[in-house]
Design a protein around this ligand. Structure first.
Ligand SMILES: [Zn+2]
Length: 246
């Protein structure tokens, strides 16, 4: 977990690094944070859940940095994964941010823009699952599996069929829990309790937390819902519980 909070917190905005190479969402400040941890150079792939600014604003910086690499480097390829509509938005944002160096043509050469809803990166298989986040279009959570363990990320979402699908397929699910009481844009502590009752085998980790929600969760001391902390690492202890992606 690189970041575990919403945008108005001293904690970092929600973002996750998988096996040192794949970043789920790329909010402002995340590259600096990765640099502090010594891993920024290893990120080759970014998955975007939706295009709100607190999930995307370091993308132009990441692409610009990679544009200055040696093109002979075999690890030069970088890829961006999301709904087509989001890729178009991100291309526009990046072009606008560094218009003299990152022209449309250059962006096309530099980045693999992947709108597939299922794809493979190394030994990891990914699947995007549409979720519902108020009126925002193009929102999707992700499932990732190495064949033994499956992790899910809801991105910003209210309770919806997509979240249920993610919970039913994951050993561990990082859930938007912005609020104490969920609404049509974000889940809340009440939503996660409901989700836990429905999918008791899925370990739920509350993230994208408002400070007051984090405090409330700590006060409740729930054993059913884990609380994401910036810098927390989740690993192999959860393997072999669920079968790989359908
Ligand atoms: Zn959002």
């Amino acid at each position: 977990v690189i970041g575990s909070a919403d945008m108005n917190s001293a904690y970092m905005s929600a973002s996750y690094l998988i096996n040192q190479t794949v970043l789920v969402d790329i909010p402002g400040g995340v590259l600096r944070e990765l640099k502090r941890q010594g891993t920024e150079e290893t990120v080759r792939h970014v998955l975007i859940t939706h295009t709100h600014a607190d999930h995307t604003m370091d993308l132009p910086l990441w692409i610009l940095k990679n544009s200055k690499r040696n093109p002979e480097d075999a690890h030069h390829v970088i890829s961006l994964h999301s709904e087509k509509i989001n890729l178009d938005r991100m291309r526009a944002l990046t072009g606008m941010s560094f218009f003299s160096s990152l022209t449309e043509e250059r962006l096309e050469q530099l980045v693999e823009w992947n709108a597939d809803d299922a794809f493979r990166i190394g030994n990891l298989l990914f699947r995007r699952v549409p979720v519902s986040h108020g009126k925002v279009t193009g929102c999707g959570g992700y499932l990732v599996t190495d064949g033994e363990m499956t992790a899910g990320f809801t991105g910003d979402s209210c309770m919806c069929d997509g979240v249920r699908k993610l919970a039913s397929s994951s050993d561990i699910l990082f859930c938007d829990c912005d609020l104490i009481t969920g609404n049509d844009k974000h889940m809340g502590i009440d939503t996660l309790m409901e989700l836990h009752r429905e999918f008791p085998d899925c370990r739920l980790i509350a993230t994208h937390l408002k400070d007051e929600t984090r405090e409330k969760l700590k006060e409740l001391g729930s054993t059913e819902i884990g609380i994401a902390e910036d810098g927390a690492v989740y690993g192999n202890s959860l393997k072999h519980k669920k079968s790989p992606l359908p």
